[in-house]
Design a protein around this ligand. Structure first.
Ligand SMILES: O=C(O)CCC(=O)C(=O)O
Length: 425
């Protein structure tokens, strides 16, 4: 499911030239004291089954909303990653293959506004619009590097690689209250930079040389053991098959939750790091209230706030969240690392430099709360997905038993409901 929304017209106030920035000063105290989300290092044996491993860490990790998983096997080579990604982009867009030429495939991007436009009623809602440009990977990388050089070297006298993650985060949040400019992001593109599965490259885990040869190859995760999405006949990009994201410095993804109480799994193939912020599910309603009051200026009621967050254009500093008493953590995802987001956990983030990542959502063989009904009809993605009969059946068989269990617990001794497995052959 997509993580971005689109407005079609470019805002007149936005420029592509960033305002001259100052050298990186102090990292603000609120940022220094944000807790870091947990990081897991599975053994080769634990890495056998992605869904089982996510289940294993879920109790602890979901209290943060997001976590990092560092695989026990290395990432594929950059050359193999680029070859796989280019093949995937070519397959997605037949125009890329016209005249049977050998030129690399292209992709389009969206502009995203960074910065603060005081003329807007609710400046946390950022414009996003089609750039109208298309790039090969090489062209986009060159453009991203040029932008980064101008922004970081000229303005801050530093190269991106010499800045710490906390310094880059300081710059991002400082830029978000400064004169608006725009960055580009090729997001939500169906495809993958992993090797196609069912090839000779897939091996027994003990022999796997890279992540792409394991069950964590995201082309196959949704169909792996323990994932209820394996029962879906149709392909839904982002659900049963991955989507790819090609970013530059400050390309962002807005605060959002995954639809249908799904988890998400995200792998960084190449390029630079990405910072993530997460708020656990238990604080989701409090989160919406803080955004409603401090982000949207109290203009909206809670339902409209929820729907507006669903547009995936709300970029708001974690400083506001912690100031409002909410739990919020951060993590830095490096190349070769996975990030999991847990159901109902709001998350957002941005890229440190040019890079490419894959994302997919995951549905375990269980469900723990029946919040599906509260979502239906509010978010566009939900409506689209519920139009799919397979998905509807899968959600029905997973959500209904949890409803029964919740009721049973509440009507007897009131003990805390324990999440359980749903046995499906
Ligand atoms: O990287 C992005 O742009 C979106 C990532 C995300 O929201 C996820 O993987 O859950």
């Amino acid at each position: 499911m997509s993580t971005s929304a689109l407005t079609t017209t470019a805002p007149t106030t936005t420029t592509t030239t960033p305002a001259p920035a100052e050298p990186v000063h102090e990292i603000p105290q609120w940022l220094k004291s944000l807790p870091v989300a947990p990081e897991y290092h599975p053994t080769i044996a634990e890495f056998q089954d992605p869904i089982a491993y996510i289940l294993k860490i879920e109790n602890e990790a979901s209290q943060f909303g997001i976590c990092k998983i560092v695989p026990p096997v290395p990432l594929p080579s950059k050359k193999a990653t680029i070859t796989n990604l280019n093949r995937s982009l070519s397959a997605r867009n037949p125009n890329n293959n016209v005249n049977n030429n050998k030129s690399p495939p292209t992709f389009t991007t969206r502009h995203q506004q960074v910065g603060f436009d005081p003329r807007k009623g609710r400046p946390v809602q950022k414009p996003v619009w089609q750039s109208g440009e298309s790039y090969t990977l090489q062209q986009f990388e060159a453009k991203a590097k040029q932008f980064e050089k101008v922004y970081l070297k000229k303005s801050h006298g530093k190269r991106g690689s010499t800045l710490s993650a906390l310094e880059i985060e300081t710059l991002f949040w400082r830029a978000s209250v400064d004169k608006p400019f725009s960055v580009e992001y090729a997001n939500d593109m169906p495809g993958s930079a992993f090797v196609p599965i069912n090839t000779k490259a897939m091996r027994e885990l003990g022999d796997a040389a890279t992540v792409g040869e394991t069950a964590w190859n995201m082309r196959g995760v949704a169909r792996s053991n323990g994932s209820l999405l394996r029962f879906m006949k149709e392909e839904i990009p982002g659900v049963t098959s991955p989507m790819v994201y090609i970013a530059m410095l400050f390309s962002w993804f807005a605060w959002h939750v995954e639809d249908h109480d799904l988890h998400s799994l995200n792998y960084m193939h190449m390029g630079a790091a990405k910072t993530w912020y997460g708020v656990p599910r238990d604080a989701a309603f409090a989160f919406q209230e803080v955004v409603r009051v401090h982000g949207y200026g109290g203009d909206f009621n809670p339902l409209v706030t929820f729907a507006t967050l669903g547009e995936k254009t709300t970029v708001m500093s974690p400083e506001v969240l912690v100031g409002g008493g909410l739990p919020c953590c951060r993590l830095v995802q490096n190349v070769g690392e996975f990030v999991v987001t847990f159901p109902g956990a709001y998350h957002s983030g941005f890229s440190h430099e040019a890079g490419g990542a894959s994302k997919i959502v995951v549905k375990h063989g269980y469900a723990d709360r029946a919040e599906l009904c509260t979502n239906v009809g509010v978010k566009e993605d939900d409506v689209n997905c519920l139009g799919n009969p397979d998905l509807l059946v899968i959600f029905t068989i997973t959500e209904l038993p949890s409803l029964t269990r919740v009721n049973k617990t509440q009507s007897t001794d009131g003990t805390v409901f324990q999440r359980g497995s749903l046995e499906i052959a």
